[in-house]
Design a binder for this molecule. Structure first.
Ligand code: SF4
Ligand code: SF4
Length: 344
């Protein structure tokens, strides 16, 4: 599902000047709804923009809410039953996301594996196919970022990858769609890859034999201590770029004549919440907070690798930033390793 670059050729590199970037951007908005990072208070988030001047990169590290919201929207109205009619409601227009960070291109790769390998989620697939990924390399790492240790600091699966330079951007082409976007006078071919900024990370996870480390610490007592600090607020899961769980709801719209319309929609759901594992008959399979906390961390640091061949943590640091009680996945991974070492 990742963008393909048939290109049996070497990567194609271009440059574009700042003055021409505005023209490129405006031409893009004629074909796509363009979303880009806009500064809002202390955070940046994707907002629809029409001109470059609306896009506020400022001290942009990453968006608070990751790109998944465009591909797997919370509250998606899937279909509607009205009388004998069934209408497919989820609409997907062509959108372009500018400013997707390298870690989030890896998160999209995780979602692609979950939503389109084997079982194919038609809603996700359609949205993904009509979304242009215009990635943007980082100039510096945020305090909570640790993509450097997760191997997710190099963007993948993009249509175009931008790197800011003094007087514009360096652009790497990653797909046929991307190729068609640079095939004009605004872009100049160059032979050299981008000079990427050297990022300094304050956090890291040691991923060496991480699967073994996580398996060996499953019953460790430190998980109870972590769970005591957890508020079950689910902030971590709501901002995580690779969390994809959802509930399906049907809402009936009654009228004097009876039920005239039933809407089927899906909303995000979170393993950190107790009702998440409530099944028919009222049984809750993860009653304790320790079990729920472990589910989150094990999904990110072990199960994803077991099931989709890739860790579901891409080191974006959002869960650390959002957690009110400072629960930190890098510290939990370090505790797991220390338990593992102590058993040797
Ligand atoms: S953000 Fe922190 S407190 Fe809230 S559910 Fe996640 S780990 Fe628990
Ligand atoms: S677990 Fe935390 S650091 Fe890892 S991808 Fe999710 S939000 Fe980012």
């Amino acid at each position: 599902m990742a963008a393909t670059h048939d290109m049996n050729e070497k990567p194609a590199f271009y440059t574009i000047k700042k003055a021409d970037f505005g023209k490129f951007f405006e031409s893009l908005t004629r074909k796509y709804k363009v979303f880009a990072p806009v500064e809002a208070g202390d955070e940046h988030n994707f907002r629809q923009v029409k001109t470059v001047s609306e896009m506020k990169l400022g001290n942009y590290v990453n968006v608070e809410f990751p790109p998944k919201k465009f591909l797997h929207p919370n509250g998606l109205l899937m279909m509607e039953f009205a009388g004998s009619r069934v209408r497919q409601r989820a609409k997907t227009g062509k959108i372009a996301l500018f400013g997707v960070r390298p870690c989030d291109t890896h998160a999209l790769d995780v979602l692609d594996r979950v939503m389109t390998d084997g079982y194919v989620d038609a809603y996700y697939k359609k949205a993904r196919g009509s979304t242009l990924i215009l990635a943007l390399n980082c100039k510096s790492a945020g305090d909570e970022c640790f993509c450097g240790s997760m191997g997710t600091d190099k963007a993948i699966g993009f249509d175009l990858l931008f790197t800011e330079t003094g007087n514009g951007f360096h652009v790497e082409v990653g797909s046929e769609k991307g190729h068609s976007l640079v095939n004009n006078k605004l872009f100049r071919k160059t032979g050299s890859p981008a000079a990427k900024a050297k990022l300094v990370f304050r956090k890291q996870i040691n991923t060496e034999n991480l699967e073994e480390v996580m398996r060996s610490s499953f019953s460790s007592e430190f998980w109870d201590e972590t769970a005591k600090r957890c508020l079950s607020c689910a902030s971590c899961t709501s901002v995580c770029p690779t969390c994809y769980c959802f509930d399906v709801h049907h809402d009936a719209e009654p009228s004097e004549k009876g039920i005239e319309k039933v809407n089927i929609s899906r909303t995000w759901n979170y393993c950190m919440l107790q009702p998440f594992t409530r099944v028919a008959g009222g049984e809750v399979t993860r009653e304790s907070r320790t079990e729920r906390v472990k589910q989150f961390f094990y999904h990110k640091l072990l199960y994803g690798k077991e099931n989709q061949g890739k860790l579901h943590c891409v080191g974006c640091g959002r869960c650390i930033r959002e957690c009110m009680t400072k629960i930190d996945i890098t510290e939990e991974a370090a505790k797991a390793r220390s338990e593992y070492e102590s058993k040797k």
